[in-house]
Design a protein. Structure first.
Length: 252
């Protein structure tokens, strides 16, 4: 059993595990920020980032909104975020809020924009999490969410497969959902699936597309620069097989 496993629910994969935030400065954060920033609405009063982790992604949007609130279940991640807020002297505009994984401790309609980056695949109850994100959005507010793309060649969160200590086995993400969810450490989505889930949760889809893989797993810098400047150059993936994430913007 994975030590980071979250609380179970009837719809949760057996090996559902908690996520780990990216470190500040990683290329994936910059690529995601470019894509997401283009989706922000004109009204930019209050951003709430659901599942903010250590704030490495959230901090990139500090200058885009009057106020920013990071929400997460991990107090240790939030403590890292608090230290960074203080070091940048952003206490007047940014704050963090810990949640127990149920209701978000913010009032109804508190946010103009809610973001959530590769978090939904980890939560015990994805519909309950979306209901909370919708609750804290103002009518007409914007949800911008990313989830793992099923058609990427690797299962990005790994899988606890028997007799295979290497958890990044190719094409596990392509397995039928029943088999994938038995072994994988997080959910995974087709673009149609996440769109349907959001519509069923009361959102109207504005746009969806796939984000090109950042290729961070390539450790040799010359090769990493080469693939990022060729097949994996555009931020939006030309084909489903070049993408690690699906990006969806929707309106409450």
């Amino acid at each position: 059993m994975n030590p980071n496993r979250t609380n179970s629910s009837p719809d949760a994969p057996d090996h559902l595990a908690g996520g780990a935030p990216a470190a500040g400065g990683q290329f994936i954060l910059e690529r995601r920020a470019r894509l997401v920033r283009s989706l922000f609405p004109p009204e930019r009063g209050h951003l709430v980032d659901f599942g903010c982790g250590n704030g490495a992604q959230t901090l990139l949007f500090a200058d885009d909104f009057d106020r920013v609130t990071g929400v997460d279940v991990s107090e240790s991640f939030l403590e890292d975020f608090r230290r960074e807020i203080m070091s940048r002297r952003l206490e007047d505009r940014m704050k963090v809020v810990v949640t127990g994984g149920g209701a978000i401790p913010l009032p109804d309609g508190a946010a103009d924009v809610v973001t959530s980056f590769t978090v939904l695949e980890h939560v015990p109850d994805e519909r309950a999490a979306l209901a909370e994100m919708r609750r804290i959005l103002k009518p007409g507010g914007k949800l911008i969410i990313t989830v793992p793309n099923r058609w990427w060649i690797f299962e990005t969160h790994g899988a606890d497969l028997p007799l295979l200590p290497w958890n990044r086995v190719p094409l596990v993400s392509w397995w039928p959902k029943r088999l994938h969810d038995r072994w994988a450490r997080a959910r995974i989505y087709r673009r149609r699936e996440i769109e349907e889930l959001l519509v069923q949760s009361g959102f109207n889809i504005d746009v969806s597309f796939r984000m090109t893989a950042p290729m961070d797993m390539i450790s040799w810098e010359p090769l990493r620069r080469f693939v990022r400047s060729t097949l994996f150059r555009p931020d939006r993936a030309p084909t489903p097989f070049q993408a690690t994430e699906i990006v969806v913007a929707a309106t409450r």
